[in-house]
Design a protein. Structure first.
Length: 60
């Protein structure tokens, strides 16, 4: 199964509660933080909620 490398590129300050919760659930804590997650529908949904704050790359 493919994996996604998610990098936080912008601050969560000023975001609403759903966006802050999505970043926390993804495991992102600060700008520049990188996590690798399984490519699953629920992860894709969290990424979609904060797509303006993160970059996403597919990893094999």
């Amino acid at each position: 199964m493919a994996e996604l490398r998610v990098t936080q590129i912008k601050s969560k300050i000023g975001g609403n509660k759903a966006q802050r919760d999505s970043l926390r659930s993804l495991g992102l804590r600060h700008i520049g933080h990188v996590v690798v997650k399984q490519d699953r529908p629920e992860i894709r949904g969290m990424i979609k909620a904060v797509r303006h704050l993160v970059t996403v790359e597919e990893v094999d």
